[in-house]
Design a protein around this ligand. Structure first.
Ligand SMILES: O=C(O)CCC(=O)C(=O)O
Ligand SMILES: [Mn+2]
Length: 276
């Protein structure tokens, strides 16, 4: 298990990929994680002006208690729910440490566009039973890393807990895609539609620098709005929002000190296969 890997292996594992070390920072003693979720904190949400934080529906109120803390979910559109400050700073640090351990076993890779082979600006890895990959042959989920051929590492307990708290779906996720954005990276507008199960939502967790997240409707030409996703924020798209177009326009450099060298990590948890 990752927790037993000596810290020295951190650097051996990533030294072949200088860019992968961007979010590793200094050596870390690997310790078993215990899960403590965030207490609500008082920071003001980073909403763009076209998203009114007062537009909470009654439905939100009934979803306001998570474990032993209160949360203030904000419905941005039907099925699209934003949870500012879902993870407090200690929880973010624990998750970051888990991601460091994951990338030792499953290094970040550069996905490529189907057909053209053009590289994405975002680098990726996965944890869980299945991982999302993209290359000249297309987008797909597969049980192994495209470069090492090894199975993806297990999903950290903290990630599974987030799914339980936020998905309102009775089965665990199959895949957790981990995106790493350097300052200039972005993600074009797209739908998450390579899954077979659209009854389950996509649960997204953000760490590191603030990102401008754009979302629209079910058609590419539909009007869009934007929201800033900050470190610790969660956003869930399910129900009528499960297949909305969305993307990342840009990062705000220097907006978070969570990652020692800046940048952003995003996790998207997905149920890929139909539940039996
Ligand atoms: O980075 C984000 O917040 C969005 C990521 C995303 O949409 C994806 O990986 O499909
Ligand atoms: Mn997506």
């Amino acid at each position: 298990m990752a927790g037993l890997v000596p810290a020295i292996h951190v650097f051996r594992a990533v030294s072949t990929d200088v860019e992968s070390s961007l979010f590793f920072g200094s050596p870390h003693i690997l310790t078993a994680n215990r899960i403590h979720f965030a207490e609500i904190c008082s920071r003001t949400t980073a909403l763009e002006k076209d998203v009114d934080p007062r537009n909470k529906s009654g439905d939100d109120a009934s979803r306001g208690i998570f474990q032993n803390r209160t949360m203030s979910p904000i419905t941005l559109s039907p099925g699209l729910v934003y949870y500012p400050d879902y993870l407090d700073r200690p929880a973010q640090e624990r998750l970051l440490q888990s991601l460091r351990e994951i990338t030792m076993q499953a290094p970040l890779f550069t996905p490529r566009m189907p057909r053209t082979g053009k590289p994405f600006s975002v680098r990726m890895t996965n944890c869980g039973r299945l991982g999302w990959v993209s290359d000249v042959d297309g987008y797909r989920y597969q049980p192994t890393h495209p470069e090492t051929g090894k199975p993806w590492p297990a999903m950290p307990e903290q990630v599974l807990r987030a799914w339980e708290e936020l998905s309102f779906y009775p089965h665990p996720p199959d895949a957790c895609l981990i995106n790493f954005y350097e300052q200039s990276a972005r993600m074009g507008m797209h739908q998450d539609k390579d899954e077979k199960e659209f009854e389950a939502p996509v649960v997204s967790l953000s760490l590191g620098d603030t990102a401008l997240f754009r979302y629209g409707g079910l058609e590419r030409r539909d009007p869009t709005k934007s929201i800033r996703l900050r470190s610790g924020d969660a956003i869930v798209f399910g129900g009528p929002a499960r297949l909305i177009y969305h993307g990342i326009d840009r990062l705000n450099a220097g907006s978070s000190d969570l990652l020692p060298q800046g940048g952003r990590l995003n996790l998207t948890l997905r149920k890929v296969d139909k539940a039996l």
